[in-house]
Write a protein that binds this ligand. Structure first.
Ligand SMILES: [Zn+2]
Length: 319
């Protein structure tokens, strides 16, 4: 962990000022407390402390299946143009946490111990950032893909990792994944995951379902952003006139899917709906002069958006 230099903070502030006018959307914690470890980043939205927490990454091989509606050569070209890939790249996972009124709220749970050896780093990175995972008061889930919910389960027993926390889940998503008929509808390889959901979540008394617009934590509202999954949800953190949009998986890596909102990744359940959601959501982020944090944006995973031709461009903060 190292201190961000005052110069870096000034530059970050200047950049935000240029884009957003005098009152920037996000202020980084004062120089004495600003921290960007290799694997965590701490900043502020009004009075709310925000933490980007690196969970790890998994190597993704770029094949014809990865982007469903685009030739693989074009995908590789786009990766090369942004300096990653082109044949494979490290897909990053970055949950966000906030501390507001002394309470720690975690947005998505990562893989925990249920993924590849290159993931499961979030708990250690929480500790390094000064957050005790055992004190998490609320876990807010965006959608039910394995990289977002597996960290709720202890690997060996499927018991709860956060038994003392309130766990908030989108109602639409919950209904879809807990439908007994779903097991037979998904490919064989995905059935153990669906069965694990169905054999645990309905028995967990600390789960509360929420809907579009719900206040999931003080100063944080849910925004339904369907398409990636049927009940996929993003979040708006607002305090002191500043706004941070936690996009969850409105897109995967920004180098491909923020640039090209019409590209449907293999993980988008409904491509056209996901695209419509992306355009509406990104237009809102830009119109409201908010910052945006992406689960798969890499580090730092928070920054600003701008319109760029028929797509958008993400610029990470320079902290
Ligand atoms: Zn994801």
């Amino acid at each position: 962990m190292f201190e961000v230099s005052r110069r870096d903070l000034v530059l970050a502030g200047l950049g935000a000022g240029l884009v957003f006018g005098v009152k920037g959307p996000v202020s980084f914690i004062g120089a004495a407390h600003a921290q960007r470890a290799a694997n965590s980043l701490k900043y502020k939205v009004g009075d709310i402390e925000v933490f980007s927490l690196h969970e790890g990454e998994v190597e993704r091989v770029v094949d014809a299946a990865y982007v469903k509606n685009v030739a693989v050569e074009d995908v590789k070209k786009a990766l090369a143009a942004s300096g990653i890939g082109p044949d494979k790249f490290a897909n990053p996972f970055t949950p966000t946490a906030i501390r507001s009124g002394g309470k720690v709220v975690l947005f998505d749970a990562g893989f925990g111990a249920n993924g590849a050896p290159t993931v499961g780093k979030m708990a250690d990175n929480m500790k390094a950032a000064g957050l005790d995972p055992t004190t998490v008061a609320t876990v807010v889930i965006s959608h039910f893909h394995p990289d977002h919910i597996s960290g709720l389960w202890i690997k060996e027993t499927s018991e709860q990792v956060y038994p003392n926390a309130q766990i908030l889940m989108p109602e639409v998503e919950y209904k879809f994944w807990t439908d007994p008929a779903l097991v037979e509808k998904v490919p064989e390889a995905n059935r153990p995951f669906v069965r694990r959901i169905q054999s645990t979540f309905p028995t967990w008394k600390n789960i509360t379902q929420y809907n579009d617009g719900a206040e999931v934590a003080p100063g944080v509202r849910a925004i339904a952003t369907p398409g990636h999954t049927v009940g996929h949800t993003s979040f708006l953190v607002a305090s002191g006139g500043q706004q941070l949009f936690i996009q969850s998986d409105v897109t995967g890596i920004h180098q491909l899917f923020v640039r090209n909102p019409g590209w449907f990744s293999m993980f988008d359940a409904d491509g056209p709906k996901a695209e419509a959601t992306r355009r509406a959501f990104f237009d809102r982020v830009i119109a409201e002069k908010g910052m945006i944090a992406g689960y798969h944006f890499g580090f730092p995973n928070v920054g600003t958006l701008s319109k760029d031709g028929s797509g958008y461009a993400f610029e990470a903060v320079k902290a």
